[in-house]
Design a protein around this ligand. Structure first.
Ligand code: NDP
Length: 343
């Protein structure tokens, strides 16, 4: 059995989730309520591969909200992630993906050192961040969506916002080693980490977001921001491809400018319907087929019986591992989402 640990993107979104899934006691509750709410299994699902193989899974709602970080409720945030992991393990789930901010909290607050939750010793090999598959899918979205807009990668400038992150650094490695991308712009806040990445890659220009945006033909957004940013689309090149892999989204409002094309990043489409309710409430266009690549990673590990923390730690993702997960992704019928958002 596989598991998915997820969370709403905001307090407002949490109300919608509770309403949609039939949890009236969770509706209109404030942040304090969510800080003390325990994890629950909100959905159970069966996934069928194009090979015919079937697997069962559970969606565990951790009840974490990004507002907890914005309001310095760090203890509550870390408790949410650890309790959800202990809960998944107690339910006998073999491999569980830490979706959205779950893995970021796990790493940023070094939760690895807290191995025991009450009477449960966490077995970390039962969990994966799902970031290898996410980085693979975003890289393939760059490769496959660019030609659709007439962008030739061998002449293109690609800016990666969140370049020093787990997903961002992996995307940079893939673009450097596996594609002819002409120029790579590295964007994040910590300059020292950016310079270390530049040295590792042996290429890339360190820039601020405002410097990078007007130069980029393609922008990959993989920054861990609790709230999205507003950008001035008039300063962007036309055409420009924006691949937003953030959860919550890195871009605040709908981008409405002809020549600027937005693609939901790190999203896969499955070849067969999945009978679940989760993807409807995160506003996927085709909820029965579209899902986060990190969730799909735990499905792939279950299909292949690779019961191991395939993606773990920070900035350890290799191009070889991306290729390996990419092969089984194709084998089981997943493909990168290539439908641009409607303006
Ligand atoms: P990490 O914490 O490893 O990296 C985050 C990166 O963002 C760092 O480079 C950080 O550098 C940068 N960053 C943070 N804030 C800002 C800012 N205000 N401006 C510019 N850069 C910033 O995160 P992950 O790589 O694990 O995840 C990245 C994003 O992808 C998150 O939004 C996450 O929720 C999402 N995600 C999506 C998945 C999917 O399936 N689609 C799966 C998993 C994650 P610095 O601090 O120096 O600025």
């Amino acid at each position: 059995m596989f598991g998915l640990i997820g969370h709403p993107t905001s307090l407002e979104h949490a109300y919608d989730v509770a309403k949609e899934l039939g949890y009236p006691e969770y509706i209109n509750q404030g942040l304090d309520f969510w800080c003390s709410a325990p994890p629950i299994v909100m959905d159970e699902l069966t996934v069928t591969s194009v090979t015919g193989q079937q697997i069962q899974g559970k969606y565990v709602e951790s009840c974490f909200l990004p507002e907890m970080l914005a309001n310095r409720r760090v203890k509550a945030a870390t408790r949410k992630v650890l309790n959800a992991m202990a809960y998944a393990q107690k339910h006998g789930i073999n491999i569980t993906a830490l979706g959205g901010f779950s893995s970021i909290i796990f790493e940023n607050f070094s939760l690895q050192r807290l191995g025991r939750i009450r009477n449960i010793k966490l077995e970390f090999e039962r969990f994966t961040t799902g970031n290898t598959h996410t980085a693979y899918i975003i890289s393939r979205q760059v490769e496959q969506a660019a030609p659709k807009l007439g962008i030739d990668l061998s002449k293109a400038t690609v800016a990666v916002c969140g370049a020093t992150g787990d997903i961002g650094s992996a995307v940079c490695r893939w673009l450097s080693e596996r594609t002819p991308v002409a120029k790579l712009l590295l964007v994040a806040r910590d300059r020292e980490r950016l310079q270390n990445l530049q040295a590792d890659l042996g290429r890339g220009k360190v820039m601020t977001l405002n410097e990078a945006l007007p130069e980029a033909d393609i922008v990959v957004w993989v920054a861990s921001m609790p709230k999205g940013v507003q950008i001035d689309t008039t300063t962007l090149k036309k055409p420009c491809l924006l691949i937003d892999g953030g959860y919550p989204k890195n871009l605040d409002a709908k981008v409405q400018h002809s020549g600027v094309h937005v693609l939901a990043g790190g999203i896969v489409e499955h070849s067969l319907d999945i009978d679940w309710r989760m993807m409807k409430i995160v506003n996927m266009d085709v909820p029965a087929r579209q899902l986060f690549a990190c969730f799909a990673e735990s499905m792939l590990l279950e299909f292949e019986k690779w019961y191991t923390n395939f993606s773990w730690g920070r900035n350890q993702i290799t191009v070889e591992k991306m290729e390996k997960i990419g092969e089984v992704s194709i084998k089981h019928g997943f493909r990168p989402l290539l439908a641009f958002a409607k303006a």
